[in-house]
Write a protein that binds this ligand. Sequence first.
Ligand code: AMP
Length: 280
Amino acid sequence: MIFFKKSKDLSKYLTNEKLKTTIVGFVPTMGALHQGHLSLIESSKKEAGITICSIFINPTQFNNTDDFAKYPIAIEKDIELLLSLGCDVLFLPSKEEIYPAGYLAKHFEVGKLEMILEGHFRPGHFQGVCQVVDRLLEIIIPDRLYLGAKDYQQCKVIDKLIHLTNKQHTTQLIISPTVREEDGLAMSSRNLRLNSAQRKLAPALHEALKYVQENFDTKSVSQLKKEAIEELEAKGFKVDYLEIADAETLIPSEFNSGKQIALVAAYLDKIRLIDNLLLR
Ligand code: AMP
């Protein structure tokens, strides 16, 4: 595995490699890697000639300083995991490399998608995501970008970003299914922050979504939301939202029609967890 810290060096290396290989696969991450991240690397390894993983804890997407300060870091273990999968390139940029002096933050017209759900509770979050992904796509120009359905709204925002910046003919977005622990909890770097009591409670998030899925055809949307939120709150979660939305636009819906998805974000103490489940 080749390590790069400078975007200029990575771009130069890729210019040469692109003459030899047909497909460059890219997996952007914030590190503290788990099987969810690794499933993306594995997909890229199967389909691409070169697989690039980036690890960068992007400050501009954190709207909460405590969350940023406590974001888990496990770089040595990450490197071991990437080596074991045969990842070809690890890009480890500094903050100055991604946001050089004089960098002017662009604004991306993501529209309603960045106002609702995660966007509503984390103001500025998706602009920060767009900034970093735009920079990384400019540097790497991958043929395939691998993202996880665990961050469903983020996938929709990045799809929009790709179209806004006219990269849809260069970079294909591939969305991989959410990888879960045996008890159903969606894998997440933030799970490392849960104490053992919180870890036992955390699968309730997935159970709430499954409850909505199983009863979607027999109960009303408002009844399902009410029951699922009450159940989570009774267990000690502070729920930001549990919504049922159109799976394409993510606009919340009161009717059980079309392709829909249930999405949830909730706190266990100060740790915020998200999950989602396609309903049909
Ligand atoms: P992060 O390091 O949290 O920024 O995540 C990097 C990428 O891994 C994003 O595309 C995430 O959606 C994806 N990812 C995170 N957790 C999972 C999971 N449990 N299953 C599948 N993909 C995931």
